[in-house]
Design a binder for this molecule. Structure first.
Ligand SMILES: Nc1nc2c(ncn2[C@@H]2O[C@H](COP(=O)(O)OP(=O)(O)OP(=O)(O)O)[C@@H](O)[C@H]2O)c(=O)[nH]1
Length: 307
């Protein structure tokens, strides 16, 4: 079995916060250290603007005219699948529209077809210091901006050239209150020390000692991919899923029940669990993907073994 997992870095943050500006620098750094990386871009318009600045030799897929909410989530998973099949990649950078929620994007990256081929390294959220400080926007927009910060592993407080020092401090304080665990970088034009940024993400080009010393202990949004090698009782499985401790946002995967040979695709979200027969048109092993916060991996594995 091929154990290689492609790293995933997700660039999130509200419209115009500086995602593309940071991405360009990250790609340049990756090129310097000789890694093979690809980019997946999601924009709301019909034509991609940002992708024009991606170096021509970088594999690129675009998802235009939609946001990664449930409607085009499947397409994102598909594009990731294509990127993985067409290239031998060390990493994929996913830049999403400013209107995307990190949980939705993580979900797309953990689609059961690709979950065991990917290693989600970090959600990096860009914040426009000026926009944040001005507190403009609808309640919905403000809520989304907060969520993008809340679920980030790294927050890049950008555009500090547009605010005063005291405004910058105030924004920093709010960001810390929303997400005390995240590392916060302050900068203008996304100009940050990339080696420092990578040291917070367990970036695999760093020597392992350095990685251990700095790596984020756990991703804020944790995703677990566990094999389900044995058929399980449908009833016990359903009961167990609803009792998993921690803050579970989504669960999905493929399962075979003791009652029959077919494989089922299952989906769990907001307390609702569904199963549908899976017409096996590709080679897939039964597995379980869980996305959440404060997940106890050992306990979950233990519970699974008891089924
Ligand atoms: N003044 C100032 N402008 C910046 C800074 N960072 C980026 N910009 C500018 O802000 C604009 C938006 O930056 P992008 O990097 O395209 O932002 P984005 O988040 O990719 O934007 P969307 O794709 O629309 O969501 C560009 O014109 C940048 O040059 C900064 O720190 N200060």
């Amino acid at each position: 079995m091929n154990n290689h997992r492609t790293e995933i870095y997700m660039l999130s943050g509200f419209l115009g916060s500086g995602k593309s500006t940071l991405l360009r620098q990250l790609l340049q750094k990756e090129q310097e250290i000789g890694r093979n990386v690809a980019v997946l871009m999601n924009e709301l318009g019909e034509k991609s603007i940002d992708s024009a600045v991606i170096p021509a030799n970088t594999p690129l897929k675009e998802l235009l005219n939609g946001c990664i909410c449930c409607t085009i989530q499947g397409q994102l998973s598909q594009q990731l699948d294509h990127l993985l099949k067409e290239n031998e990649l060390d990493a994929i950078y996913v830049e999403v529209t400013g209107a995307a929620h990190p949980v939705d994007v993580i979900e797309a990256c953990t689609h059961p077809f690709i979950a065991d081929k990917l290693n989600i390294k970090a959600v990096i959220t860009l914040v426009d210091a000026k926009q944040w400080n001005d507190k403009k926007g609808s309640i919905k927009v403000k809520k989304l901006m907060k969520e993008q910060v809340k679920y980030a592993d790294i927050v890049v407080l950008n555009k500090i050239d547009k605010v005063s020092t005291s405004e910058q401090k105030a924004v920093n304080q709010t960001l810390k209150e929303i997400n005390p665990k995240a590392s916060i970088f302050h900068c203008a034009y996304a100009n940050i020390s990339l080696s420092e940024l990578f040291s917070k993400t367990n970036h695999s080009s760093l020597p392992s000692a350095e990685r251990k010393a700095h790596a984020v202990e756990d991703l804020h949004l944790h995703s677990l991919t566990l094999p389900l090698p044995q058929p399980v009782s449908r009833l016990k499985f359903s009961q167990w899923i609803k009792k998993i401790e921690g803050n579970v946002f989504r669960m999905k995967g493929f399962v075979i029940f003791t009652s029959g040979p077919e494989m089922f695709l299952f989906n769990y979200s907001h307390g609702g669990l569904t199963f549908e027969k899976y017409q096996q048109d590709r080679d897939i092993d039964p597995l379980l993907v869980i996305i959440g916060e404060d997940l106890d991996e050992n306990k979950i594995k233990g519970g699974l073994q008891k089924l």
